[in-house]
Design a protein around this ligand. Structure first.
Ligand SMILES: [Zn+2]
Length: 209
């Protein structure tokens, strides 16, 4: 017997009932998924489509929050497996997937980039595009009062390296974020890709709030 088993927290993080997994099956069964390969269109942004795993609700919010802020990194495998199940055909249509970058200071504090880790868990390492950096520290988008504040908060927050401009040209991109509300953050990234002549820019998220 492994001595460390004594210290394992064997409760579901959602319902707190005893469970062998971080999230018990009965909580997973309560999560609503959008139908496979469904997407929403945005005509007013630099990206066109949004692919989302699930609509926003308490369970989803709790799950994503625990993953990011309580350092339940193992949940990346769960999210990754859902992305593979729902969007592996979609992902094949893109040259690159771009996980929304964190500011270097924030990534150091958190210890990981939550979107990057999920893409790796999904086995899509080879498609990950890392040549856009977060240049400015912004406040958490969920703390903003309205759409205008969200746009202002993320404005000019990202920077593309000069050497990456040619890499973007004529290539297709799927930006990946955990939650999107107004799409303001993804739109800031999409703007760079658009002006570097990317051939296609869409967004994939865990949850559309
Ligand atoms: Zn549960």
């Amino acid at each position: 017997m492994n001595i460390f088993n004594y210290f394992l927290d064997s409760k579901c993080i959602i319902c707190k009932k005893s469970s062998e997994n971080r999230v018990c099956q009965s909580c997973i069964d309560k999560i609503d998924f959008f139908p496979k390969n469904l997407y929403f269109e945005r005509t007013d942004f630099y990206f066109e489509k949004i692919f989302s795993l699930f609509p926003y609700n308490n369970i989803v919010s709790n799950l994503i929050h625990s993953y990011k802020f309580n350092d339940y990194r193992s949940l990346s495998k769960l999210f990754g497996s859902w992305l593979v199940e729902y969007f592996s055909e979609t992902v094949e249509n893109y040259d690159y997937i771009l996980p929304v970058p964190l500011h270097v200071k924030k990534e150091r504090v958190r210890g990981f980039n939550q979107t990057d880790l999920i893409l790796k868990a999904a086995g899509w390492d080879k498609k990950i595009f890392k040549n856009i950096k977060k240049d400015i520290e912004t406040k958490q988008q969920s703390l903003m009062k309205n759409s205008f504040d969200r746009v202002k908060n993320s404005e000019n927050a990202f920077k593309i390296s000069e050497s990456a401009v040619e890499l973007v040209k004529n290539h297709s991109f799927l930006i990946f974020d955990d939650i999107t509300t107004t799409g303001a953050t993804a739109n800031e990234i999409a703007k760079h890709l658009y002006f570097c002549n990317a051939s296609k820019i869409d967004l994939m998220v865990l949850s559309l709030a």
